[in-house]
Unconditional design. Sequence first.
Length: 163
Amino acid sequence: MNDSLDSLADALRDEIEHLGNLLGLFRDQQEGLVRPDPEKVLEEAQMIEQAARVANRFRQRREQLVQTIARTFAQPPSITLLRLLVEFPPEMQPMFEALIKEVNRLVHQTRRTARQNQRLLARTVEVHRETLRILRPDVFSPTYDRRGGVREGNGSGSFATAV
């Protein structure tokens, strides 16, 4: 049993490491969005995608270990690690509580930073569209699609085709 718990602790530490790496990449991307540095933003987006896949693999590994340990304690495989803690030796519980707390903190921080980056990116696109609207108003004359919705273009296609 101690081997399984040691493996779980290692899995949580690995997950923390990779979530921290992912958070760092999101923060680097944020710098590129604020400056703005489009090349950095694109480069970071690719690195974020790869890091997110890796972090997800570590999360899945941890979840599999939790399911295995849950079966050992005759608990349902869907039990959360936090609820499973009461089955662990008392001397190990504080360490696992700290690891779980750190994973949760990093997950929330990463999600918050990702949402901020999405808002920054959307705002950047909006500002660029407004700038282009001023510089090239003919490209942005509104037209209607078949459903009656408004789209921007010059009547001969989308903005991308007009530029």
